[in-house]
Write a protein of this length. Structure first.
Length: 329
């Protein structure tokens, strides 16, 4: 019996050993948010993923969801294992899934962030932000998805909530989509103004200067920190180690620099943590509490209950953002 028991670990290990290489070959799905079109994003990121596969030995596959909601869902449901997301979308993921921020984008200019802006056509009827906001149900407006930081969270926080404006009531029509779709809606005259951001505007100036010159910037926000990289915390340590080594060392050779430039003019990546999302938590919490206080359709009892729920949510997320983690060696 003792001999049999001594043999069991070897037998069990032998039985599982053939599965190890198979598991290692499972694709590692990297979700990338789409700010313009899926085709443009795929063309920009695929050479980078080819380098990642070659350097890490991991079968990294890019996933280019057409909406922020689809990107969040992929990470939450474990259909994607790591992702580049907006700060607001990253906060939504941390609330719903076993994920964490581990990195942050670095752009070629060295800027620590970007800004939300509102754009309109130079030849259009809206020359100023004051005019856009002064006449309810007069102008059309395009906004980003609700998980977009520059397309929704920041303008809501800085522009609309302080003025007691609900975009859904104030603008006709109000449409939502990617930054590229918002830009097209303005240029086609479908709406009079739209949210956009300074990164997208700089890329437009470089690639399509005539289109950029036809735009007027009506408003600009405070600085928004660069977008984060997230991964699922249940990824094996060996996988996270290889990913970290590749990502934080990428961008030194000339071909790598060229590939990063095509990826929204990046210079590379640097380590980060959940704490970089504290600013968006403050913005989101202020916006949600203000909306409750300004909602004339709610009773005082309903407002008190909703505000208590929001306080609990803030406390829970604040703890999650302060939790410390260390990158693999």
């Amino acid at each position: 019996m003792r001999r049999l028991l001594l043999k069991l670990p070897f037998v069990v290990a032998s039985a599982w050993w053939p599965l190890v290489p198979a598991l290692a070959q499972e694709p590692l799905v990297f979700a990338v948010i789409t700010t313009t079109t899926v085709d443009d994003t795929r063309a920009s990121w695929e050479p980078f993923f080819a380098d990642m596969r070659a350097a890490t030995g991991l079968d990294v596959q890019g996933f280019y969801p057409p909406t922020y909601a689809a990107a969040i869902d992929a990470l939450v449901t474990n259909k994607a294992h790591l992702a580049w997301l907006s700060s607001k979308a990253a906060l939504d993921c941390i609330e719903r899934a076993n994920v964490e921020v581990f990195g942050q984008l670095v752009d070629a200019s060295g800027s620590p962030g970007y800004r939300s802006i509102v754009i309109a056509r130079r030849d259009g009827p809206v020359p100023t932000m004051d005019q856009l906001l002064s006449k309810p149900r007069t102008y059309g407006f395009a906004m980003g998805e609700v998980s977009s930081t520059s397309g929704h969270a920041m303008p809501s926080y800085a522009l609309f909530v302080p003025r007691g404006i609900r975009p859904e009531d104030h603008f006709v029509p109000l449409i939502r989509g990617t930054h590229g779709q918002s830009l097209d809606a303005v240029l086609r005259g479908q709406v009079h103004a739209a949210t956009y951001n300074t990164e997208e505007l700089q890329r437009l100036k470089a690639s399509q200067p005539a289109r950029a010159a036809s735009l007027r910037v009506l408003w600009e926000s405070a600085l928004i920190p660069k977008d984060p990289l997230l991964w699922r915390k249940d990824l094996p340590l060996s996988v996270r180690t290889r990913l970290s080594k590749f990502l934080f060392g990428y961008g030194k050779a000339a071909p790598e620099k060229q590939r990063l430039k095509l990826m929204f003019d990046l210079a590379g990546f640097k380590p980060s943590t959940n704490q970089q999302l504290q600013f968006v938590l403050e913005i989101e919490d202020f916006k949600q509490r203000s909306e409750v206080l300004l909602d004339s359709r709610m009773t005082e009892a309903q407002k008190s209950e909703r505000l208590a729920d929001l306080r609990d949510r803030y406390a829970r997320l604040a703890r999650a953002l302060q939790s410390q983690h260390t990158l693999p060696p």
